[in-house]
Design a protein around this ligand. Sequence first.
Ligand code: SAH
Ligand code: SF4
Ligand code: F3S
Length: 419
Amino acid sequence: MPSVFFQTFGCQMNVADSSRIFDILAEKGFVSAETAAQADLLIVNTCSVREHAEQRAKTRISQFARERRNSGQKLWVIGCMAQRLGERLRDEVPGIDLVIGAKEMEDIRQRIEEHLPYGSECTAAAEKSSVTDFVPVMRGCDNYCSYCIVPYVRGSEMSIAPEKVEEQIEQKIAGGVKEITLLGQNVNSYSYEGCDFSDLLSRAASIDGLKRLRFTTSHPRDCSEKLVRTVASLPNVCNHFHLPVQAGSDRVLSLMNRGYSSGDYRSKVEMIRTYIPDADITSDILVGFPSETEEEFRQTLSLVSDVGFTTAFMFAYSPREGTAAASMKEYLSDKQKKQRLTELVNIQTEITREKYGQMIGKQVDVFVTGRQDRHDKMWMGQDNGCKRVLLGCNGAEAGLILKTRVIKSSGMTLIVERV
Ligand code: SAH
Ligand code: SF4
Ligand code: F3S
């Protein structure tokens, strides 16, 4: 049987796309290869969000091309960088057999069928062991935050019909999945013939067999009271809001075209905590945006200290060709950006440590996701928010929700025992 090996970079949307492509290939008789060397087909799913992300993908593509064991092995490059660079990528990195851009995901089945090196059709179902999976509810983005390449490589925003979303979830549950994360660049602007995101969430949450439901990303501008109330009222929807703030200065937020002020953001956080006091709120933060002053950077640090994110993804600004910010004058050197990033990371790491530390002694419901590789006696899982958990006990099994107590925190992981 032909086999395929995936290397996926970037966000959860890419993970979902890779998994969808794998499902189509599995219908064609493909199995998953354990290593790249063994695979008949190599697929690199790429990200364009920062220069570094593209560099990493290019390095991996070149390596795959170089180490190709025979001419029969095919190399496909898909995703956001494939969209941005298109056929240019094949000149830059020799050895690529096929480039499929992120915007072509809509007709991906057809594209695959046109280019599949092996004709065999077979009905072997994909082996899937994961108890947690992603379901996109929308594609693309119309927000045009001035620093961001996503609207250019993913195209304009399009909501997927609620019936289709439900069908996807049901299929996954039938395959053993117990937890679903609904995906979109800005789920709060979901809209399909009168069904908004809160309505969709309620519909999805009521599907039989779904133990946990999550969603990401919430754009702070569009995060509504209705959504927060919906999350609060549905027991199987996790108490986690990924609410990227990006910056703490109003001038920078406005240059970023985010559509909210730092005051608006703080109010949203307060609203979430009024309805769901123990909700985990996480964020993306960007430092070194063109013309960001030291004082403005300090405003980001104050906001971070005041809000207390459970965790945050933090980045140094990376100019992306074709975006509005790329034509703004950059005042900061890479070194200055890095310094700001380090300072921010140190502060947030301390806050994360505190947030995890505060959990010691508390009871938490843990969703078990699987065994930890290195420690075969330990199980990994997640609490009802976003916190990582390790559980050392007999009787655990992927997909179960167990009542536990936190006995220790290792900074970014809770160690729990069953009660
Ligand atoms: N749709 C999500 C973000 C998707 S991109 C949202 O609106 O929040 C993920 C994160 O990458 C962004 O939140 C931002 O913090 C970061 N990012 C995007 N473009 C970037 C750039 N040019 N340089 C550095 N970080 C960037
Ligand atoms: Fe990028 Fe903004 Fe869209 Fe997020 S909302 S994907 S940051 S343009
Ligand atoms: Fe995601 Fe990167 Fe594309 S963040 S949408 S994979 S540019």
